[in-house]
Design a protein around this ligand. Structure first.
Ligand SMILES: [Zn+2]
Ligand SMILES: [Zn+2]
Length: 440
């Protein structure tokens, strides 16, 4: 309990100190390359982010830290086209390739061009521009439980963490999250785990996610085409999951808040389609003293950042009395600011989903509307919420009238019905939950 109090205290006062200092840095923490199942060379990906308004980028290939020797076969027309652009951009002095055989799935043998992938330590220094751009190593620790993907982003790891097996979804999350913190404690290198895409293959329910003791971050928005941020008839969307997790951690489990991040989970860098997982869809903006990995991690752990799928904020300021947010306005775009939270004394009843054909559905339970209620709403580009004192937590969501590129449907007016059906239909920003003083 002591530890919880210290933590909540820290979060609150981190919030209180927010307005004081720091610059905003935009980054993506979830990126795949040819080192795993992405379709582009890491240097080309770094180049894309460095020239598209980002300040930092973490790579997170499946179960690899982009170290050692790896050769990729240019065995498809798409890969050969990627190779041509790669050579054109970096030249034959940099690119290393050789011809060799490949065994096809039908056991025939073909001659293909193999390209040596550059290790993180080789290409990262090329992109490091002090105060301007930074690459961070990482790994998507890709564990599973009974074929359900349990993926944990390990940011700034010093050593590879092979995915650990466990006896339940929660156990697998706990083991892999703890492995990151154990490595951090052992090496002294700042690093953190974030729990990826809970709705990917409907792997993780809110009741499971909330139990991860050291789970401080999860992806409330992931830009991958198949991760179901918006849920479906049977499954809660990831924003709803967040509110359930926050409410039950604070009210029942004695655990601290969990922060929500936005990421790309980019895999596809050639075909730009809503059905592909392209870069530029989800990110975090972190307020830090300077652009360095330790500073970014420290600020994120203090909750001094927001997740975005398109909305840029001018300021977030939390004092003892007030939660204030303001938007960096874009011409012709309208904004809605909602302060969302759960009040003490909420109706905590929940029920499981009706079973289908006698089979119990593995899905988040249904809760009352007291959880994650809209405490106040403003049609404006800046707004303040005065804490009443009975809130377990308060967070803000800022929705713009601009449709989310990855969710191209509906009209271009902020349609409340569409928003209710799909909280990700429009571009948005999500600020972090704060525990008001009186709730402690
Ligand atoms: Zn994943
Ligand atoms: Zn991924």
């Amino acid at each position: 309990m002591q530890r919880l109090l210290v933590f909540v205290f820290a979060v609150f006062f981190a919030g209180a100190a927010m307005a004081a200092s720091g610059k905003w840095f935009k980054g993506n923490l979830h990126t795949h390359s040819l080192w795993s199942d992405g379709d582009e060379f890491p240097e080309m990906i770094a180049q894309w982010y460095a020239t598209n308004g980002y300040d930092f980028l973490a790579f997170s290939d499946h179960n690899t830290l982009q170290r050692g020797e790896k050769w990729a076969p240019m065995s498809t027309p798409a890969r050969r086209a990627a190779f041509d652009s790669y050579v054109k951009r970096f030249g034959t002095n940099w690119v290393q390739s050789r011809w060799g055989v490949i065994t096809n799935s039908d056991d025939t043998i073909a001659d293909v061009n193999w390209v040596k992938l550059k290790a993180f330590s080789e290409f990262a220094p090329r992109y490091f521009k002090p105060g301007k751009f930074l690459l961070i190593p990482g790994e998507e620790i890709s564990a599973e439980y009974q074929r359900a993907p349990i993926h944990i982003g390990g940011i700034n790891l010093a050593e590879l963490i092979p995915p650990l097996k466990g006896t339940s979804v929660v156990h697998v999350m706990d083991l892999n999250v703890d492995a990151v913190y154990q490595q951090r404690e052992r090496t002294g290198q700042p690093m953190f785990p974030h729990i990826n895409h809970p709705n990917f293959k409907w792997a993780i329910t809110a009741e499971e996610l909330m139990q991860v003791r050291r789970g401080q971050f999860f992806e409330v928005y992931n830009g991958h085409a198949d991760v179901h941020n918006s849920g479906d008839d049977a499954h809660a969307n990831t924003e709803r999951i967040w509110d359930i997790v926050l409410t039950r951690r604070l009210a029942e489990l004695g655990l601290p808040v969990m922060f929500g991040i936005g990421t790309d989970d980019g895999h596809h860098y050639h075909d730009w389609l809503p059905t592909k997982s392209n870069p530029g869809r989800g990110w975090v903006v972190v307020r830090a003293r300077e652009l360095s990995t330790p500073q970014l991690i420290g600020a994120m752990e203090a909750g001094d950042f927001y997740a975005s799928s398109g909305v840029e904020l001018k300021d977030i300021e939390v004092t003892r009395k007030t939660y204030h947010v303001s938007v960096r306005k874009e011409r012709g775009v309208r904004y809605r600011i909602q302060f969302i939270g759960t009040r003490r004394g909420y109706d905590s009843r929940s029920e499981p989903l009706p079973s289908q054909n006698g089979k119990e559905l593995r899905a988040t339970r249904r809760y009352s509307n007291d959880i994650g209620v809209v405490l106040a709403e403003f049609e404006d580009s800046s707004a303040s919420y005065n804490f009443r004192g009975d809130e377990l937590y308060v967070r803000a969501k800022i929705t713009s009238s601009r449709l989310n590129a990855a969710e191209q449907r509906g009209t271009n007016a902020l349609d409340p019905k569409l928003l209710e059906k799909n909280p990700f239909a429009y571009q948005a920003a999500w600020t972090q939950p704060v525990v008001p003083r009186a709730a402690r």
